[in-house]
Design a protein around this ligand. Structure first.
Ligand SMILES: Nc1ncnc2c1ncn2[C@@H]1O[C@H](COP(=O)(O)OP(=O)(O)OP(=O)(O)O)[C@@H](O)[C@H]1O
Length: 242
């Protein structure tokens, strides 16, 4: 999957960014507030105007891919977690099957279990807590079994147990061949769980590569302007400040 964002109109939020993402892996997009992370994810989801740049899936241009096929390929979770319809949770998660034209129970049940919301299946969607809402919306994305999972801050509203369970599920999805792209503010989650980290700063790529390099303490100090130090073992790192 390849994105080329030109220095045009709305794409000024991303200045000349060109990025190719690999399926079968987890890519974290990190950066300070306003760096362009959500814009980048929206671009990959095909939500920016075509004149702002181009996105290719394999050798096909995303904008000329039929909407239904695009919806089967790309599962996108936006940053704002809002549920517009007060339907039962299960019905909402089943909407993830819409691009496939079916209501197959198995992927819906798998998504409900992965997000630990099977016991909420009959609840009205608008009666849920913030974290429950986030898990339901992510379950809808997963129920569609997309080739690409694009999630903007999927861990933000989740408690630590649900964060870890979700990260395990996303790793399984990547191992099964999906491309997982996550906007993450928590740099330790990115360091411990991603295969690759893209650091954005003021609409430009400040670092890109394996976690150890892209989230090197000098990169963090330069981009976020805070003194930091990594502690702990690989895969279980924690970031301390000061
Ligand atoms: N619709 C829009 N029109 C014009 N500018 C926008 C629009 N949406 C976002 N911006 C601006 O583009 C820049 C990048 O925004 P974006 O939401 O991509 O940042 P972000 O890295 O996701 O930030 P955060 O960590 O705060 O969520 C910001 O300066 C923002 O104010």
């Amino acid at each position: 999957m390849r994105l080329v964002a030109h220095d045009l109109s709305i794409a000024e939020r991303l200045s000349g960014v060109s990025l190719t993402l690999e399926p079968g892996s987890i890519t974290a997009i990190c950066g300070p507030n306003g760096a362009g992370k959500s814009t980048l994810l929206e671009a990959f989801a095909g939500l920016l105007p075509p004149d702002a740049g181009s996105v290719a899936l394999g050798d096909r241009d995303l904008h000329s891919t039929p909407a239904k096929e695009r919806a089967r390929l790309l599962g996108y979770l936006p940053q704002a977690h809002e549920i517009a319809w007060d339907v039962p949770v299960r019905s909402l998660v089943e909407l993830g099957r819409l691009p496939h034209g079916d209501r197959r129970a198995e992927p819906v049940d798998t998504a409900l279990a992965a997000l630990d919301i099977a016991d909420l299946a009959d609840r009205r969607a608008q009666s849920l807590s913030g974290g429950e809402t986030a898990r339901v919306l992510l379950a809808r994305v997963l129920a569609g079994e997309p080739r690409w999972i694009l999630a903007d801050e999927p861990l933000a509203a989740l408690d630590i147990a649900h964060q870890l369970a979700l990260l395990r599920h996303l790793r399984s999805a990547a191992d099964a061949g999906a491309g997982v792209v996550l906007v993450l503010h928590d740099l330790a989650h990115a360091m411990n769980n991603a295969d690759r980290v893209v650091v954005l700063d003021e609409g430009r790529i400040a670092a890109d590569g394996a976690c150890d390099n892209a989230l090197d303490q000098q990169v963090i100090e330069r981009v976020w302007k805070v003194p930091v130090r990594w502690i702990g073992e690989p895969g279980h790192r924690a970031l301390v400040t000061g």
